[in-house]
Design a binder for this molecule. Structure first.
Ligand code: F6P
Length: 326
């Protein structure tokens, strides 16, 4: 049995659908083991501000299906300062917190790496981000929901694009990662997908549109990741219009709708499994690792290895883009 008696749980960085399911799993698993749980509001900022409260099993009732995060979230600049970290640590000590569950993305784990260079407190992370830009897990909490939201939107855009014979450019989120673009683009049968991980040769993109026009393709949808090296939907639209003045072109930036909504079944199960595993890991004395699932199995990856420098898109899937669009 664990010697840990009190843990803190927080969500940090951009919210992602399924974070609530993860909080629920952490609170319920800890409660089951007789461990007290304290919620830290607004991530690292809440640690600094001492915005910490005791949570009971009933506090996480009726949240498994809800998007957002009941603990709220923030991107704290103050936490990256020595003073901010000291205040955060002092507050954890003040509340007697002996272990932490950190739910967030790349920024959360970068923050954790910096913090744990200075301070010692057991901590386990959960990958909560729509961007899927973490190593050490096949999927991150929220990615499946975000991609399905994008797919739903692009399917709808396809209907109107076809009705008007328009070329559509759809920009999706992902910061500097192309997973949402690649997955939603393939799932929607996009003619082209522009990704930050590959160099975009705009002349090649335009030549492919030209070829499709000659072949009289009925619908033309381009999906562009917001972090693409050429630019976003607006830049692309201007360039395509310049070369093809006769085309009727529209663009849509899907934006934050990708971050909201009820989590899919896959995200709820992932979040529940990982929340449960995080508490187990803390009880077993693991620290500074992110819990993830690879090939169906729970794995623990040190924070510094989980951050996105170590992530790469599947080459097979990138190769499929052109083949499936012929
Ligand atoms: O990291 C999640 C994410 O939604 C990215 O895809 C996007 O670039 C960013 O957050 C947007 O951040 P904000 O909500 O602060 O504008």
């Amino acid at each position: 049995m664990s010697t840990i008696r009190k843990i803190g749980v927080m969500t940090s960085g951009g919210d992602s659908p399924g974070m609530n399911a993860a909080i629920r799993a952490v609170v319920r698993t800890a409660t089951y083991h007789g461990i007290e749980v304290h919620g830290i509001r607004r991530g690292y900022q809440g640690m600094i501000d001492g915005d910490i409260y005791k949570m009971e099993a009933k506090d996480v009732s009726n949240i498994i299906q809800r998007g957002g995060t009941i603990l709220k979230t923030a991107r704290s600049k103050e936490f990256m300062t020595d003073e901010g970290m000291q205040k955060a640590y002092d507050n954890l000590q003040k509340h007697g917190i002996e272990g932490l569950v950190l739910i967030g993305g790349d920024g959360t784990f970068k923050g954790a790496v910096a913090f744990f260079k200075k301070y010692t407190i057991p901590a386990v992370g959960l990958p909560g981000t729509i961007d899927k830009d973490l190593a050490g897990t096949d999927f991150t909490i929220g990615f499946d929901t975000a991609v399905n939201t994008a797919v739903d939107a692009i399917d709808k855009i396809r209907d109107t694009a076809e009705a008007h014979d328009r070329l559509f450019i759809v920009e999706v989120m992902g910061r500097d990662a192309g997973y949402i673009a690649l997955h939603s683009g393939l799932a929607c049968g996009a003619e082209d997908i522009l990704l930050p991980e590959t160099v975009t040769n705009i002349n090649d993109v335009l030549d492919r549109i030209d070829m499709d026009e000659r072949r009289k393709k009925t619908v033309h949808i381009l999906v562009v990741a917001e972090g693409d090296d050429f630019g976003g939907a607006k830049e692309l639209q201007a360039k395509v219009q310049e070369r093809f003045p006769m085309l009727d072109i529209r663009s849509a930036i899907l934006g934050h709708i990708q971050r909201g909504g009820s989590p899919t079944c896959a995200d709820r199960i992932l979040a529940s499994r990982l929340g449960y595993a995080a508490v187990d890991a803390l009880c077993a004395g693991q620290t500074q690792v992110m819990a993830g699932i690879i090939n169906g199995e729970i794995v623990y990856t040190p924070f510094e290895k989980a951050i996105k420098e170590n992530v790469c898109l599947s080459k097979d899937m990138i190769d499929m883009i052109r083949v499936l669009a012929v």
